[in-house]
Design a protein around this ligand. Structure first.
Ligand code: UD1
Length: 420
């Protein structure tokens, strides 16, 4: 199993480019199931989660040709209608095939995902969305069986106790594009990745209005066509690199990102005292001092993203004073805190709150990655720590970051991967 060795203490300097957003690419790949015509996705990052989605589509009989960063997909009328447990348990985003399969074929069987390191991840809103379109849903033998032909437009509120759901909004949108009549999704997630999916669907000939706002209106069409699409840049990777600059007291230009989709992150970084210049498609982040303590509350977009909570927690462990980080989306998403404490951080977890007393310096340690963003937090902490840290189970990182260690090394970090 791969590990990362990180020798901390070097300020990062230079220019680094971000890849396309994993969380945009995954639903878009699933959406290619909506047409038999070929679709091409370009600038696709080389990530484990993308490979898993490609494996899922291929296992269903979809023709998928991957050439570097370009993926061509064609889903004939004869594709399978099932996402098996074996793949879904590795990647929850597999459930994105539910909406498109149901829309095009009137049936879908998708394994229930089960537990996850960041806490319970229910699917009730996904089911509420498709049921509003007339689908009948049974849960049997660990699988969701959904049927409905034709689907008919309906009105549905997709807000749960923690706010809107990105996954349920995307699934319902994909189910609605081929339904008869008009669907209105209220309480829709406003994340840029939802908007990008809408852009992809519109390119296919769908009629989607209001994506990026809490109300999305979809007028069903009879059929969709193939399209070529380049997904939006990854705001979470950009945010992670921004923290890498700040935590090492470095100066890094993050190119190819969209600062306008990262305002909560930019504001928070500035509040820690970092110097952040937001340009057109780039961010310049520089820091000379320990960060100031700040309070962060994760919120649905445009609020502070839960997917950057762990990385900012790492930054604040080296802060001056106390910070409070409140996690409102996935309440038990604090496994990284225990590992950070092994590196000398002082974090107390109280329910969904982490109270962080900043320390002058972290110390290196062997630590264990528990999930994707938690692993990124450990790498960031290791970059700032004195001595050599070892991050075990780094495969979590490869699910969502394309060769993070290479990007960091190009900025002057002393980091290497050990295989086996
Ligand atoms: C997506 C992202 C993930 C990000 C999350 C929140 C992808 C592949 N993943 O995950 O990286 O952390 O958005 O921005 O894009 N909920 C329900 N019922 C449901 C579904 C969700 O109550 O049926 C709750 C969840 O428990 C959570 C909240 O809604 O508290 C938001 O979850 P959701 O937006 O659905 O997350 P994902 O789409 O799984």
């Amino acid at each position: 199993m791969d590990r990362l060795l990180v020798y901390g203490g070097s300020p990062l300097r230079g220019v680094v480019a971000v890849a396309s957003a994993k969380n945009a690419v995954l639903p878009i790949l699933a959406a290619t199931l909506l047409t038999e015509e070929p679709c091409t996705i370009t600038n696709v990052p080389l990530l484990e989660d993308v490979s898993t989605m490609v494996r899922l589509l291929s296992s269903m009989g979809v023709s998928v040709a991957r050439q570097g960063r370009r993926i061509a997909v064609a889903a004939s009328d004869r594709v399978g209608k099932e996402a098996p447990y074996d793949i879904v348990r590795k990647m929850r985003a597999s459930y994105y095939v539910l909406g498109p399969l149901l829309a095009r074929f009137g049936e879908a069987r998708v394994s229930l995902p089960g537990g996850c390191a960041i806490g319970p991840r229910p699917v009730d809103l996904h089911l509420k969305g498709i049921e509003a379109l007339g689908a009948r849903v049974r849960i049997e033998h660990g699988y969701i069986h959904a049927r409905g032909r034709p689907l008919r437009g309906g009105t549905v509120l997709l807000e749960g106790p923690n706010g809107p759901s990105v996954g349920a909004t995307a699934n319902t949108m994909m189910a609605a594009v081929l339904a008869r009549g008009t669907t209105v999704i209220d309480g829709a997630a406003c994340e840029p990745e939802v908007t990008d999916l809408a852009r992809f669907l519109t390119g296919m000939g769908a009629n989607v209005e209001g994506a990026g706002t809490p109300t999305i209106r979809i007028r069903g069409v009879r059929r969709l066509r193939g399209v070529a699409h380049r997904p939006i840049p990854d705001r979470i990777e950009a945010g992670t690199l921004a923290v890498a600059a700040a935590i090492t007291r470095g100066r890094v230009e993050i190119s190819g990102c969209r600062p306008e989709q990262m305002t909560a992150v930019v504001d928070t970084l500035r509040a820690t005292g970092a110097d952040v210049e937001a340009g057109r498609k780039k961010l310049l982040v520089a820091s000379e001092d320990r960060p100031l303590g700040v309070n962060i509350s994760t919120r649905p977009y445009p609020g502070f993203p839960t997917d950057l909570q762990a990385q900012f927690t790492a930054l604040l462990t080296t802060g001056r004073g106390t910070s409070v980080v409140t996690e409102n989306i996935f309440e038990s998403r604090f496994l990284h805190a225990l590992e950070l404490n092994r590196m000398g951080a002082r974090i107390d977890i109280n329910g969904n709150m982490a109270v962080i007393q900043g320390v002058e310096r972290l110390s290196s340690a062997q630590v264990m990655a528990s999930d994707l963003r938690a692993s990124a937090a450990l790498v960031l902490a290791a970059l700032a720590a004195r001595g050599q840290s070892e991050i075990l189970r780094s495969y979590h990182l490869d699910r969502g970051y394309e060769q993070l260690e290479r990007k960091l090394a190009a900025l002057g970090a002393r980091v290497k991967r050990v295989t086996g």
